[in-house]
Design a protein around this ligand. Structure first.
Ligand code: SF4
Length: 215
């Protein structure tokens, strides 16, 4: 099988097993951006609580969040962990979004993806995974998101080396798949599901995993 066929077979098996994952769990593009920063180095559970706090404070609107005192933001996002660093990173991202598009996400989404990606990567605290989450899930652009789960799953099947870096792993998908935002959106979500349910760090549950046919 070619790489493209392997990846499509993998996605088809996951879609059949799980159905569409309907990601990202957010109501607005701005909420995706906030979640993409808050989820760095932490589980989604704490992020959910932080987002709830921001929502209750009316701070899931960009200009409101930007107007808040940093100490107030720190208190609201505390459940997401690393709250001081993440408060600074949110402020950096807000500053960029305001300057780049005045928080008009449709206008940002209308620009060339590589240009926006380059600008996001210039924002202090926005790494490639965060940038690609924003591009794919907030802006609807065909940027494939990869993460530690992706690396573990593919390397366990001998498809990529264990130490492959972020951009090489992203290219593994983007070099052969059509630039299809709906596919990229759901494929990443499916791989996260595999990582959560089956492909555990210490004891993979291959016997019940939908990807066991690839072994
Ligand atoms: S749990 Fe097993 S079959 Fe599933 S992705 Fe991981 S290594 Fe592959």
């Amino acid at each position: 099988m070619s790489r493209r066929e392997t990846l499509h077979a993998c996605y088809d098996a996951l879609l059949a097993a799980h159905g569409h994952r309907a990601w990202w769990p957010a109501r607005t593009p701005f909420e995706v951006c906030v979640g993409a920063v808050l989820t760095q180095n932490t589980s989604w559970k704490g992020v959910e609580k932080a987002i709830e706090n921001l929502d209750a404070a009316g701070a899931l609107a960009p200009r409101v969040l930007r107007s808040l005192d940093p100490a107030r933001v720190e208190a609201l996002i505390r459940p997401a962990g690393h709250f001081r660093v993440k408060t600074r990173r949110l402020a950096n991202l807000l500053e960029y979004l305001d300057a780049a598009c005045g928080f008009d996400f449709d206008a940002l989404a209308a620009r060339p993806m590589d240009a926006v990606r380059g600008e996001l990567l210039e924002v202090k605290g926005v790494g490639p995974e965060t940038a690609d989450c924003i591009l794919c899930y907030a802006l609807g652009m065909p940027s494939f998101v990869v993460d530690a789960y992706t690396r573990r799953i593919l390397s366990r099947h001998g498809l990529v080396p264990e130490d492959i870096d972020y951009h090489e792993l992203r290219d593994y998908f983007m070099d052969v798949l059509d630039p299809d935002t709906a596919l990229f959106n759901d494929f990443h979500a499916q791989l996260v599901r595999v990582g959560n349910l089956y492909c555990k760090a210490r004891s993979p549950r291959c016997d019940v995993c939908p990807l066991s046919f690839m072994r």
